[in-house]
Design a protein around this ligand. Structure first.
Ligand code: CMX
Length: 426
């Protein structure tokens, strides 16, 4: 049995030495080239970042440390947080220390609720959630340690404190945002006997007549937790953290990126599209109707939300996991049936559009239908659920970056005139 901090303290000296040796022995070795297309194309495929919490390859998708996505269902969020940070699962006693620690840190300061209550009633739930995180910045243990002059090699310790303090509060904050924003009544107190994911489900306060919503939330929390560090939210978070801004600043910055429709907001857009399909055809459409509707969407200049990916070139294994859950528990649900049919039909349509590199579903294509089934029908809220989970990855990446003494991120930009000269060989 060991605490998370003890486990990390044992590992960190070896990790530092490994990185220092690598740079000393191979520091000038070229590992990636950059083309002009990549410069104008969102740096797609440029290898310029280190991330050890997880990796995403085009043909296998998410692997957290050594664990492929397909093996994550059934795990609890706390186990996955430990895995992200240390590369291993905790034993039962160690897991219990982390769960107890998170419960101890879970009380949300009153001023957070006051701030949220004074926001406009039509604020987007993502704006409310990120504001709540940002307004707790004054609690940062990293800032206190930094101002007290602690050594750089110890920065990770207070960053871990911030990480645990923030993560412990996110389910209550997120559930509070839901109940306030959608007039669901008073906040529901945390249940000390529930794990992180199940407690979040409990505090949302939905009626779970089937008794499986907690399982969905556990699954949701582990599947969205990390996706290496080049995606918008993780990259934004790590860039902000690299300036030694504390985790409250870094996490809220990252999650502001998750709020964009090409990233985390796609899950709200995706369910909207599925429900429109249901309404248009009065239920589950035929393959032919669905094909026509997909073309209609594309021809009107819109994307099919939930399909395509910047890295993946196969069906996202996170989508597979949701599909499996849906087949087990939601087989009779019309909205789920449409999601499954879209998966049968839409990749064939997208394959005909030459410019689209990945015609397959990503994580957002299925998750909304699951939530809808359990009565969580307010889709502007969906990205908040994604955020609660993704915070584990962004926070873990930041703790490890601090442990490794990662420098400030500062790539070079070029003017178009410079690039023109460069390609002309001048
Ligand atoms: N529907 C219609 N067009 C699509 C498309 C889709 N599902 N996926 C890609 N395209 C288009 C792009 O918009 C782009 O068009 P332009 O050149 O006219 O701008 C072209 O195909 C090439 O794009 P790409 O190289 O295949 O994909 P990108 O790496 O540029 O973008 C992504 C990836 C996810 C933004 C894009 O596939 C998309 O917009 N999908 C729909 C939104 C979505 O599901 N986002 C969630 C992703 C998961 C997450 O990060 O949270």
């Amino acid at each position: 049995m060991a605490t998370l901090k003890e486990t990390l303290a044992k590992q960190i000296p070896g990790l530092r030495e490994e990185a220092a040796t690598l740079v000393k022995e191979h520091g000038d070795k070229e590992i990636s080239k950059v083309t002009l297309r990549q410069v104008f194309g969102g740096m797609r495929g440029v290898r310029g970042l280190v991330c050890d919490t997880s990796s995403v390859s085009p043909d296998t998708g998410l692997v957290i440390r050594h664990v492929p996505c397909k093996d994550l269902p059934g795990r609890k969020a706390e186990e996955v947080l430990w895995l992200l940070l240390t590369g291993e699962y905790p034993d039962d006693a160690s897991l219990k220390t982390l769960q107890d620690d998170l419960k101890r840190r879970g009380t949300v300061p009153d001023y957070v609720w006051k701030v949220l209550e004074t926001m406009p009633a039509d604020s987007h739930p993502m704006c409310m959630f990120n504001t709540a995180i940002l307004c707790m910045e004054k609690e940062s243990e990293f800032v206190k340690a930094y101002n007290a002059g602690v050594k750089k090699t110890e920065y990770w310790e207070s960053t871990l404190e911030d990480c645990l303090n923030i993560l412990a509060k996110l389910p209550a904050i997120a559930a509070g945002v839901y109940r306030l924003r959608f007039n669901k009544g008073d906040r529901i107190a945390s249940d000390p006997n529930l794990d992180w994911g199940a407690d979040y489900a409990h505090m949302l306060g939905l009626k779970d007549t089937e008794g499986t919503f907690e399982d969905l939330m556990r699954l949701y929390m582990v599947l969205h937790s990390d996706h290496e560090s080049g995606n918008v939210s993780a990259f934004s978070g790590s860039t902000v953290a690299s300036a030694l801004s504390d985790l409250y600043y870094a996490l809220s910055a990252g999650l502001n990126g998750l709020a964009g429709p090409l990233h985390g907001l796609a899950n709200q857009e995706c369910l909207r599209w599925v429900l429109k399909t249901k309404e248009k055809f009065g239920g589950v459409p035929t393959d032919e109707q669905l094909k026509d509707y997909a073309w209609e969407t594309l021809k009107s200049g819109k994307v099919i939300p939930g399909y395509g990916h910047a890295v993946l070139r196969v069906t996202d294994p996170r989508f597979d996991a949701f599909l499996a859950f849906g087949k087990k528990y939601l087989a009779d649900d019309e909205v789920f049936q449409i999601v499954a049919k879209v998966f049968d039909v839409v990749p064939g349509v997208l394959r005909e559009v030459k410019k689209i590199k990945d015609p397959w579903p990503n994580v957002d294509a299925g998750s909304g239908a699951m939530l809808y089934h359990y009565g969580l029908t307010e889709f502007p809220y969906y990205t908040v659920l994604f955020s609660v989970s993704r915070a584990m990855g962004i926070c873990s990446q930041t703790v490890l970056a601090r442990a490794m003494g990662a420098p400030i991120i500062r790539p070079k930009s070029s003017t178009t005139a410079w690039l023109k000269n460069a390609v002309a060989g001048k």
